[in-house]
Design a binder for this molecule. Structure first.
Ligand SMILES: Nc1ncnc2c1ncn2[C@@H]1O[C@H](COP(=O)(O)OP(=O)(O)OP(=O)(O)O)[C@@H](O)[C@H]1O
Length: 229
């Protein structure tokens, strides 16, 4: 489990996170929802220890962050970080050289799943295919937790559907996923837990299935209630 306990973060004098707490379980998809600038990426960066927090703590499987934590968790950013001139196959080799947790079999399965050509160069890919390669490079690592920043942003409906399908496939397995988004529509059906953020705090954290069954509400219904009371 990833536990976020009362984390605060200021950039200069501007408070961005004012005591954010939530938990993300293994085997579940947890979605951080909030408008632009609410601090979703900052939370993912904090989990990866890429940005220092001012207070609070983050635990992964009960342990405070340490060097070894990053064998358990990986971050898939919203833009690809591989050099544009690389072929997809070169990017895969690069990852295999760099990460012990690289799983070549799963990488090849993902290549087939996304219908990508390993000989294509990164710069020549459409936005949708670039997003798929980015996803492939993260999902092919054998880690317990995956953090994904806006994986559906700015890509066409068919690519979005294909990326959404990967979450219900064996390729994600029983790993824990934290995903950020400001548009929930395409992925509502995939989400186990929703964490709604506003003005530096968690407005509501809930199990999407329970709220659907018990209260008869979708995530969007709950968002309407909390954002427009
Ligand atoms: N390195 C930084 N220096 C100063 N301010 C920053 C820095 N990184 C983020 N911020 C500010 O912190 C706030 C939260 O940013 P963050 O990127 O976490 O939001 P977000 O919810 O991910 O937004 P989006 O949906 O647009 O990606 C924003 O107001 C942003 O301008």
């Amino acid at each position: 489990m990833i536990e976020i306990k009362g984390i605060t973060k200021k950039f200069g004098r501007k408070p961005v996170l004012k005591g954010v707490s939530f938990a993300a379980n293994k085997g579940e998809i947890t979605c951080l929802i909030g408008i632009n600038g609410v601090g979703k990426t900052t939370i993912l960066n904090a989990i990866m220890n890429l940005t220092p927090i001012n207070s609070g703590e983050i635990l992964i499987d009960g342990e405070k962050l340490h060097k070894g934590s990053f064998e358990k968790v990986t971050f898939i950013p919203d833009a690809i970080t591989m050099p544009p001139n690389m072929k997809i196959s070169d990017a895969m080799t690069f990852m295999a050289d760099f990460y012990q947790s690289w799983n070549q079999k799963r990488a090849e399965d993902l290549l087939t799943f996304f219908k990508l050509d390993a000989n294509d160069r990164i710069f020549s890919l459409s936005k949708g295919n670039t997003a798929k390669v980015n996803m492939l490079l993260g999902l092919a690592l054998d880690v317990d937790y995956l953090l994904m920043d806006e994986p559906f942003s700015g890509i066409d409906i068919f690519s979005r559907e294909q990326i959404a399908n990967v979450f219900t496939s064996h390729l994600v397995e029983d790993r824990g996923v934290i995903i950020t988004t400001h548009e929930i529509n395409d992925i509502e059906h995939l989400i186990d837990k929703a964490v709604i953020l506003n003005e530096g705090v968690v407005l509501r954290e809930f199990n999407a299935e329970e709220v659907r069954e018990i209260e008869g509400k979708s995530i969007i219904d709950v968002m309407r209630e909390v954002y427009q009371p």
